[in-house]
Write a protein that binds this ligand. Structure first.
Ligand SMILES: NC(=O)c1ccc[n+]([C@@H]2O[C@H](COP(=O)([O-])OP(=O)(O)OC[C@H]3O[C@@H](n4cnc5c(N)ncnc54)[C@H](OP(=O)(O)O)[C@@H]3O)[C@@H](O)[C@H]2O)c1
Length: 249
C-alpha cells in the first residue's frame, strides 16, 4: 500500500452499505472533503479492503465495520461497535429487498428481513448515536429512501416500498427531537440510479427509463453530492425535508 500522510479529520461520517453503488460515491465524496469515514459493509471483504485503501489515499482515517443487517444479531453487533466511536454524521444508505416476489407470495421472513435492513437497522443506528450528537451540539442524519415511497413499490417490491416509507418516519422524529441540538435529519429519495442494484432485480430498463422526464438514469455521484450537502456542516438550516433526486419523477 502507498504511504500517505493522514490528515486529522475534524468530523467523522458513518456510512452503511459503503462498498458499492451510491454508498461508495458517498464515501469518496466525504473522504475527498477531508472527513474521517467509518464504512459499513456486508458481503465482500475484498471490496472493503479496496475501499479502505482508496480512503487512506485521501489521507483520512477509515474504519471498516462488517455486519449483516438482515438479522437482529447483525444489527446488535454493529450498534455495539459504533457506540464506541465518535460519529458526527450518519448516512443510512444500505438497503435492498431481500426477495423479489409478487406481494401475494411474500413470506413473513421476506418482509422481516427487508424491514430489518431498511428500517430496523437505521432506527437502532440513529438511536445509538443520538445522545452523543446532542452533547456535541452537532449531528447530521440522512436516510436514503426511494422514489418507491412516493409511488408504492411494484407488485414484486411492495415490501420494499412500504419499508422505505417507514424509514421516512424516522427522519421526521429525529428532525423534531434533534432540531434544538443542531441535529438535522433529512430523507433523500433517489429515482432510478445507475448502480448494480438493478442487476440484482432485472427488469426492462429501457421501458423504465422512458418514464423518467429527463430520459436517463441518475449517476451515483449526483446523489452523493446532494447527500454530502445534507449530511455535512454545509447544511445549517435544512431539516425534516424529503428531497427526490429523480430526473423529474
Ligand atoms: N439504484 C437505485 O436506482 C436506487 C433507487 C432508489 C433507492 N435506492 C437506495 O439507495 C441505497 C443504495 O443502493 P445502491 O443503488 O447503491 O445499490 P447497491 O449497490 O445494491 O447497494 C446496496 C447496499 O446495501 C447493502 N446491503 C444490502 N443488503 C444488506 C444486508 N443484508 N446487510 C447489510 N447491508 C446490506 C449492500 O452491501 P453488500 O454489497 O456488502 O451486501 C450494498 O452496499 C439503497 O438503500 C437503495 O434502496 C437505490
Amino acid at each position: 500500500m502507498k504511504k500517505t500522510i493522514q490528515k486529522k479529520s475534524k468530523h467523522t461520517v458513518f456510512i452503511t452499505g459503503a462498498t458499492s453503488g451510491i454508498g461508495l460515491e458517498i464515501s469518496r465524496k466525504f473522504a475527498g472533503e477531508g472527513w474521517g469515514v467509518i464504512c459499513h459493509y456486508n458481503s465482500s471483504d475484498k471490496k472493503a479492503m479496496a475501499l479502505k485503501e482508496e480512503m487512506m489515499a485521501y489521507g483520512v482515517s477509515c474504519v471498516l465495520v462488517k455486519a449483516d443487517l438482515s438479522s437482529k444479531s447483525g444489527i446488535d453487533k454493529l450498534v455495539k461497535k459504533i457506540k464506541t466511536l465518535k460519529i458526527d454524521s450518519v448516512i443510512n444508505n444500505a438497503g435492498s429487498y431481500l426477495a423479489s416476489k409478487h406481494f401475494t407470495k411474500l413470506t413473513t421472513d421476506d418482509i422481516d428481513k427487508t424491514f430489518m435492513v431498511n428500517v430496523f437497522a437505521p432506527i437502532r443506528i440513529t438511536s445509538a448515536v443520538f445522545a452523543a450528537m446532542k452533547k456535541n451540539m452537532f449531528g447530521r442524519i440522512v436516510n436514503i429512501s426511494s422514489i418507491a415511497a412516493k409511488y408504492g413499490g411494484s407488485s414484486r417490491s411492495m415490501h420494499y416500498g412500504c419499508s422505505k416509507l417507514a424509514l421516512e418516519g424516522l427522519t421526521r422524529t429525529i428532525a423534531r427531537e434533534g432540531a434544538e441540538f443542531n441535529i438535522l435529519a433529512n430523507t433523500v429519495r433517489p429515482g432510478v440510479i445507475d448502480t448494480d442494484f438493478h442487476k440484482k432485480f432485472p427488469k426492462d430498463m429501457k421501458a423504465r427509463i422512458s418514464m423518467i422526464p429527463m430520459k436517463r438514469m441518475g449517476r451515483p455521484e449526483e446523489v452523493a453530492d446532494l447527500i454530502y450537502y445534507l449530511g455535512s456542516g454545509k447544511n445549517s438550516f435544512v431539516t425534516n425535508e424529503t428531497i427526490a433526486i429523480a430526473g423529474g419523477e
